[in-house]
Structures are given as structure tokens and as C-alpha cells.
Design a protein around this ligand. Structure first.
Ligand SMILES: Nc1nc2c(c(=O)[nH]1)N[C@H]1C(S)=C(S)[C@@H](COP(=O)(O)OP(=O)(O)OC[C@H]3O[C@@H](n4cnc5c(=O)[nH]c(N)nc54)[C@H](O)[C@@H]3O)O[C@H]1N2
Ligand SMILES: Nc1nc2c(c(=O)[nH]1)N[C@H]1C(S)=C(S)[C@@H](COP(=O)(O)OP(=O)(O)OC[C@H]3O[C@@H](n4cnc5c(=O)[nH]c(N)nc54)[C@H](O)[C@@H]3O)O[C@H]1N2
Ligand code: SF4
Ligand SMILES: [Mo]
Length: 740
């Protein structure tokens, strides 16, 4: 099926989308929600809040993008009619694709699927709590949680406190699949784990290096910042194996005349590297900065440890190797390095292209080393900026929902609970699946998300979850995980309010360290049994713990939770009075405008980054049928334009010219090697399965690389895991692409 490819990112289709969703009867509810004083549900760029739904952290208006509309429209669906679950068996529900599952509607009553039953059936909240009480009697080390970053800080705080009070550190979170490499890498170099740049400071930058991010689709409002920086003479350097059209030219709806239709140029340099080779590329940039005398040695001497070794590595690594590994010409690397080195204030921003790699942490360290060589950390308008995913994923980390708990928080929680916390290292998401697969997990509580679809090797995950006795899914809408990720005994789906519906206020934290207050709201779901996450979790905590050593029942009061947060979480003191003051705030100690870092000696800790090994298996290892023509490619898996993580809103991707989800984007040279023309079908085979009749779409992607959409593609591979962060290497999956 042929579709014309877009010539710019953003542009008129975005306006068409707004019209489609908002100019119809349901549009009124949508507009009301857009104006509600709460943070956008979608990404962590952090639009919305007390100053109104369209205002960003710098107080600018017109900052709400179409992704936000998509997310709200999905939560404004009607309740799922009871017949759906009465009439459809589990096997029938399993036939639904992601979009169909989501489009069933909103969950409105607690549901249970018991062992030996073929149906989800309604259940009362009293019965729910009885089952939960029993499930939490399991030994602490066999109890685990998984969470996704859409819930509030308040819900996240109860979850971790309740788990740790039990003696379990098994607090797996979606960030384990996402930005944890940034957390580990930044903490090692700077002693801080989040962006050191605020939105306000980003505006001061004269250069942004955007690495492994498809911001036009996933953080659309970041694009305005890039356009504005360039309009003041600043530069943008993009590092990405795919030439994403919106990173070449983007039509911003926020600037209708200048940008929307003609499109604004984004990238001054587009470094189209081999997937997984970022360390080699950044060592190359470092080498060029040395050769061009663009290294700030005074800064290194004054503020960094171990810089000599990093400089030596850059000097001694030969250009031939850098060019071979990265696939980028020396000339292009040198030109980009000159831009970076000659700019005064450079922000290095990145997303999944570098974190979802087997050397994810090293990628972050090599970016940090490059920033430090130019003196670009701890300075207004410069620094390191992980672009976070879910709208409150960072808040979950701050609240202690992590297996890498900061010593300072641990001590504060021990003091609060009056007892030492368990010393056993908890399961992160990958470890949780492994533990479940060998029967080491009895009870699992999932606060949002879709554990089944978000992980690699869907068949294995399904079997692993089936070893767990009780699984409790706390969700707003159904997803494939509810139908495939079934427990051995009881699987519960518990309906909760979305952020803008809670009867009490909540808070969230953006990727740029800004805490938002979400005002109370109302829900369109009438005659339902939906409750707030805070109410649900405080009930569960009380059932498990009674009233010791804190008043768990009192946790249903968000004010009380915030007092505990203020007491235990660094930088969060102002949250105690946020309800009264309405003062949203930047978390103290996170933004660095002076090169004094929270490491043991205040200096940045540079370290060596080994060059990546990029060999792929031979085609013979895939055992293709006789006579098949095949090629081994490095497959990057990620998001289409119209999906939010595992939830698909629309099938195709307009901007990449991919008309449906069963497509593979590949370089025409690679396709021709196996005699495949554009739009012909191939089989894509990983180490855990194959997808058949996949339509080939030619794209401007590095030869040797390919791209497909998750979650569907998670069925065919078991990813390698970064040993330092635990993150699956979703962006470099060896696959055979073949045709007979
Ligand atoms: N609309 C929408 N917004 C979202 C989401 C969503 O699903 N939909 N998800 C949210 C979440 S949780 C997250 S984590 C973010 C994800 O935001 P992104 O990280 O932007 O999303 P991905 O689709 O994973 O794309 C990553 C980019 O990495 C590039 N890439 C692949 N391999 C490499 C490599 O080896 N090196 C480099 N340098 N680049 C590489 C890909 O070509 C792609 O452009 O978005 C958040 N926002
Ligand atoms: N192959 C591949 N796999 C990946 C990735 C990739 O790039 N490639 N990316 C990874 C990344 S970055 C991430 S973050 C994960 C995402 O993994 P998850 O965060 O686990 O998945 P989501 O799809 O965001 O979860 C969607 C579900 O959350 C629930 N939900 C939505 N809002 C709320 C709310 O307010 N409260 C509650 N309780 N529930 C709510 C809804 O039921 C919805 O169905 O996927 C990872 N998996
Ligand atoms: S950029 Fe992100 S936070 Fe801002 S409106 Fe769009 S989806 Fe929401
Ligand atoms: Mo993510």
C-alpha cells in the first residue's frame, strides 16, 4: 500500500488532528480537560498545571501539543459496557490488538479472572481487599510491584513506603526499560541523576546536541525550543541512525506564519551513525575538539577528575576506527565538533536511542565526557539533559520507586518507619520477569503500565507471569497485558481515576525537575466504582500493615502524604504547603549553573568509555529455510507517531511513510541485496520468533539498520541487557530479514 511520505515534521496534519478530535460533540469535554489545571498526561516535558493547561514551565502559553489531545481523548472514552466481559472469553479478548483493547473504553468496575475461569467477572471492593490481604501474606521477598510513570507522586510514595515497610525492595518500574542508564551514568559522573538544565536555562543555550531522540513525535514542545534557539543564531546537532523528517524540518503549530507550513530547519549537522555506535562517535567528537584546540583545559583542571585518561583515550583512538565503527565521515565529525566547540553554551539532550543499548551507561558517560571537555556542565544555558518519557516517571524515581535507592532517602525512610530497610537488592523489571519465570514471585501489584507488552520476548513474559499466584493491575483502561499477563490463581483489574479526575489534588514532577500541582477534578464515568489511586493504595497499606508504625489509614489524605514526602525526599520541602500556596516549584539541588557537583569532592568524575563491539550474528545462525535470501540487520524498535508506548492510537506513521504497523523501515541498498522492492513483504526473524508478511518501506536509515514498531515486535526477540543499568537493548536487536 503506497502512501506519500511527509516533507516536514509537524505541520498541517497536526492541526487536522486537533480539529478531528475537538470539533465534535465530545470535543467540549476535551477542551474542558485541556483547560483543567493539571499537567499533561502524555510526556515529561511538563506542560499544564496551575497556570492553566496550555502553559509551560516558563509561563509561556500555547504549549499544548496534539499528543496531549490524543492522551486525553483516550481517557474520556465511555465506560466499557458490562457485556464486553460477560460475553467475551479470555481467548476472544486475547485476539484484540493494542488499539482495539484500548478502545474498549474506560474500566469502571473491579474485575477478577479466577483460575479455571474463561472470563473476567465483576467483583466488589470488599472482596478485592480480602484477596489482596491474603496475597500480601506471602514472604516479603516474593512480593513485587511494577509501576509506570503516569500516576501521582502521592500514589508512588505510598507504593514504595508500603513495599519497603513489608521488607520488599522489589520496586520494578518502567524507567528500568527507559532512562535508568541516564540515572546510573549521571550519578557516576556528577552525583546527580536528573537533567541539570531547566527549561528556562535551555533557552539560554546557543547549541543543542540532540541524541537518539525523535522529539517531533515524542516531545513535540521541545521542537519550539530548538526553533527559537536557531532563530537567535544557535545551532542544532542531531545524532541518529534515522533521518527523522521532523528533525530535518519541523512545522510548528505554535508559530503559524513563520513555521507551520514552510517548516523550520532544525538540524545544522545530522550525524547519521550506525546504531549502537554513539560512544565511538563521541570519542570522535572529543578527538576533533582536541585537534582543533577546542578543549577547555582550564575547566577540566579546575572541575574534573580523571580528565587526563579521557583525553588520552581520544588522542590514541585512531580516526579509521572511529569512522569504521560509527559509519560517519571524519569530515562530518570534525565539522560538528567545531560547532560544539565554538559555541559557548551547549546542552546535550538525549532519549532512548542511547539508553536502550547494551552499553547504555557508557553512552551517557561518553556524552558527559564530551560536554565536560568543552566546559559545558554547571553553566547557565549548558549541561546534560535526559529527555524523560512518561509524564511523572521522574517523580516515581524521586519518591523512591527504584531498586537503586539513594542512601539519604533510605535513612529518612528508616527513621520514619523506625526500622532498618531490607538489604536485599530488589528486582528491577528484567529481573522481575526472570524471577517470576522460576516461581520466585507470588504476588505482584502493578500501578499502571503494561508489563506484558513493554518487555521483550512476549511469549516468555506471558509464561513468567503465569507462575505468579496473584496479579493486581491498577489501571484506567484495558490493555493487552490484562488479557495475556494472567496469574496462576487470581488476576484483578482495578479501575482508577485519571489525573484530571481525582477528587483530591495530586502532584507530578517533569523531566526538567519542576513540580506541578494538579487540581481536583470530576469524572464523566457515572454509576461506576472507580476510585483514586491514593485511596486504593492507602486502603491496601492499611490492610497489610494495620496502624503501625505510621498511620496508614491517614495516607488517604494527600496533605499527610505530602508532609511525609517533605520530610523524606531531598529538595521536596515546599510540597508540604503546595495545596495552600499553589506554588509549583523547581526541586532544590537539581539545576546546576556553577561547576560544583554533588560528588564526594565536588568535581565531575570522568571515566573511560570502551568502544562498542558491533558485530552481528551470521545469517547461518538464524537457520533460514533452504533457498531463502536473507540479510542480518540491526533492528531498532520504537514508537510510531500515533502511539503512546504500548498503546496504539492510530495504525500508521504518516511521517515515516509507514501505512500500518506490520512494516519494516530499511535502507533501499539492504533491501536490494536480497532482491526486495519497496512494499514487498518479508519475514523478520529474531531469536524468539518471527513476524511474517512484513511490508518493506524504504527509509533514510543507515545501511545495516532497520526500524519497527513496538509492542508488536517484542514478540520476536529476547534483548541483550545492559549489565550496568539492567535495560534491554531495544535499539539494537539482531534480526534476519528474509524472503524465499
Ligand atoms: N507521543 C508519544 N510521546 C511519548 C511516548 C510515546 O510513546 N508517544 N513515550 C514516552 C516515553 S515513555 C519515552 S521513553 C519517550 C521516548 O522518546 P524517544 O526516545 O524519542 O522514542 P523512540 O521511538 O524510542 O526513538 C528514539 C530515537 O532513537 C533513534 N535511535 C535508534 N538507535 C539509535 C542509536 O544507536 N543511536 C542514536 N543516537 N539514536 C538511535 C531512533 O532512530 C529514534 O529516532 O517518549 C515519551 N513521549
Ligand atoms: N521494543 C521496545 N520495548 C519498549 C520500548 C521500546 O522503545 N522498544 N520502550 C520502553 C519504555 S521507554 C517504556 S517507558 C515502557 C512503557 O511501559 P509501561 O509504562 O508499562 O506501558 P504503557 O504503555 O505506558 O502503559 C499504558 C497503560 O497504563 C495505564 N494507565 C494510563 N494512565 C494511567 C493512570 O493514570 N493510572 C494508572 N494506574 N494507570 C494508567 C493504562 O491502563 C494503559 O493501558 O515500554 C518499554 N518497552
Ligand atoms: S510536549 Fe509533552 S507535556 Fe507538552 S503538551 Fe506535548 S505531550 Fe504534553
Ligand atoms: Mo519510557
Amino acid at each position: 500500500m503506497k502512501k506519500p511520505k511527509a516533507k516536514i515534521g509537524g505541520g498541517l496534519p497536526v492541526i487536522a488532528y486537533w480539529m478531528e478530535k475537538s470539533v465534535r460533540p465530545e470535543g467540549i469535554a476535551l477542551w474542558k480537560t485541556l483547560f483543567h489545571k493539571s499537567a499533561c498526561l502524555s510526556c515529561a516535558w511538563g506542560t499544564g498545571g496551575q497556570k492553566g493547561g496550555f502553559v509551560n514551565e516558563d509561563g509561556e502559553i500555547l504549549q499544548r501539543c496534539a499528543k496531549s489531545v490524543e492522551a486525553i481523548a483516550s481517557e474520556l472514552q465511555e465506560a466499557i459496557p458490562p457485556e464486553v466481559f460477560n460475553n467475551q472469553t479470555i481467548s476472544q479478548l486475547q485476539q484484540l490488538n493494542s488499539q482495539q483493547a484500548n478502545n474498549l473504553g474506560r474500566l469502571s468496575h473491579p474485575l477478577i479472572k479466577r483460575a479455571n475461569s474463561e472470563h473476567y467477572e465483576p467483583i466488589s471492593w470488599d472482596q478485592v481487599y480480602e484477596i489482596i490481604a491474603l496475597a500480601f501474606k506471602a514472604p516479603a521477598e516474593k512480593i513485587a510491584s511494577y509501576s509506570s510513570g503516569r500516576s501521582s507522586n502521592e500514589a508512588a510514595f505510598i507504593l514504595q513506603l508500603m513495599m519497603r515497610a513489608l521488607g520488599s525492595n522489589n520496586l520494578a518500574d518502567c524507567s528500568d526499560l527507559c532512562h535508568v542508564a541516564s540515572t546510573v551514568g549521571l550519578r557516576q559522573v556528577f552525583g546527580t541523576a536528573t537533567s541539570m538544565v531547566s527549561l528556562e536555562n535551555l533557552k539560554e543555550a546557543d547549541c543543542v546536541v540532540l541524541i537518539g531522540s525523535n522529539a517531533p513525535a515524542n516531545h513535540p514542545r521541545l521542537m519550539n525550543e530548538l526553533i527559537n534557539i536557531r532563530s537567535k543564531g544557535g545551532k542544532v546537532v542531531v545524532v541518529n541512525p534515522t533521518r527523522e523528517i521532523g528533525l530535518v524540518k519541523f512545522g510548528s503549530p505554535a508559530s503559524a506564519i513563520k513555521s507551520l507550513i514552510p517548516g523550520s530547519t532544525i538540524a545544522d549537522h545530522y550525524l547519521q551513525l550506525h546504531p549502537g555506535s554513539d560512544v565511538a562517535l563521541f570519542v570522535g567528537i572529543q578527538k576533533a575538539m582536541l585537534e582543533e584546540n577546542l578543549v577547555d583545559f582550564a575547566y577540566l583542571k579546575a572541575h574534573c577528575d580523571n580528565w587526563e585518561a579521557v583525553v588520552e583515550q581520544a588522542k590514541s583512538t585512531c580516526w579509521q576506527e572511529i569512522v569504521k565503527l560509527s559509519g560517519v565521515l571524519q569530515k562530518e565529525i570534525v565539522e560538528a565538533a567545531k560547532t560544539i566547540g565554538n559555541c559557548k553554551k551547549v546542552v546535550f539532550a538525549w532519549a532512548m536511542g542511547v539508553t536502550q543499548q547494551v552499553n547504555g551507561v557508557e553512552n551517557i558517560i561518553s556524552i558527559a565526557n564530551t560536554a565536560l571537555l568543552g566546559g559545558n556542565a554547571g553553566k547557565l544555558g549548558a549541561g546534560l539533559m535526559p529527555i524523560r518519557g512518561h509524564s511523572n516517571v521522574q517523580g516515581f524515581g524521586s519518591m523512591g520507586v527504584t531498586v537503586n535507592l539513594k542512601a539519604q532517602i533510605q535513612q529518612a525512610i528508616e527513621q520514619l518507619l523506625g526500622k532498618p530497610l531490607s538489604q536485599t537488592k530488589g528486582y528491577d523489571t528484567s529481573a522481575l520477569i526472570q524471577a517470576a519465570s522460576v516461581g520466585k514471585v507470588d504476588s505482584l501489584i502493578c500501578l499502571g503500565g503494561n508489563l506484558y507488552s513493554a518487555n521483550p520476548n512476549s511469549g516468555f513474559v506471558k509464561n513468567a507471569l503465569a507462575q505468579i499466584e496473584t496479579i493486581i493491575y491498577i489501571s484506567t483502561k484495558p490493555n493487552q497485558g490484562h488479557f495475556h499477563g494472567l496469574a496462576k490463581q487470581n488476576t484483578l483489574i482495578l479501575p482508577v481515576f485519571a489525573r484530571f479526575e481525582n477528587p483530591h489534588s495530586t502532584t507530578v514532577e517533569s523531566g526538567n525537575n519542576f513540580v506541578r500541582l494538579n487540581s481536583p477534578g470530576t469524572s464523566h464515568l457515572k454509576n461506576s466504582l472507580v476510585i483514586s489511586e491514593v485511596e486504593l493504595l492507602s486502603q491496601v497499606a492499611q490492610i497489610i500493615h494495620g496502624n503501625e508504625p505510621i498511620q496508614w489509614a491517614k495516607l488517604s489524605d494527600v496533605q499527610y502524604i505530602r508532609e511525609l514526602i517533605a520530610q523524606t525526599i531531598p529538595g521536596y520541602k515546599p510540597i508540604a504547603s503546595i495545596e495552600q500556596t499553589k506554588a509549583e516549584f523547581t526541586i532544590a539541588g537539581r539545576i546546576f549553573t556553577h561547576p560544583q557537583f554533588p560528588t564526594s569532592n565536588g568535581r565531575a568524575q570522568m571515566s573511560l568509555t570502551p568502544l562498542p563491539k558491533l558485530e552481528l550474528p551470521e545469517i547461518e545462525q538464524f537457520g533460514l529455510p533452504k533457498g531463502a535470501r536473507g540479510i542480518v540487520l540491526s533492528l531498532g524498535t520504537g514508537r510510531s507517531y500515533s502511539q503512546h508506548n504500548t498503546i496504539v492510537y492510530k495504525q500508521g506513521d504518516l511521517y515515516r511513510g509507514m501505512p500500518h504497523r506490520n512494516c519494516i523501515m530499511m535502507n533501499s541498498l539492504d533491501a536490494q541485496k536480497i532482491g526486495v522492492a519497496e512494499h514487498q513483504n518479508v519475514t523478520v526473524q529474531g531469536d524468539a520468533g518471527a513476524l511474517k508478511q512484513v511490508e518493506v518501506i524504504y527509509g533514510d536509515i543507515k545501511s545495516g539498520a532497520a526500524m519497527m514498531f513496538y509492542p508488536e515486535v517484542n514478540a520476536i526477540f529476547s534483548a541483550q541487557i545492559d549489565p550496568r543499568s539492567g535495560t534491554p537493548a531495544f535499539k539494537r536487536v539482531p534480526v534476519a530479514v528474509w524472503t524465499s
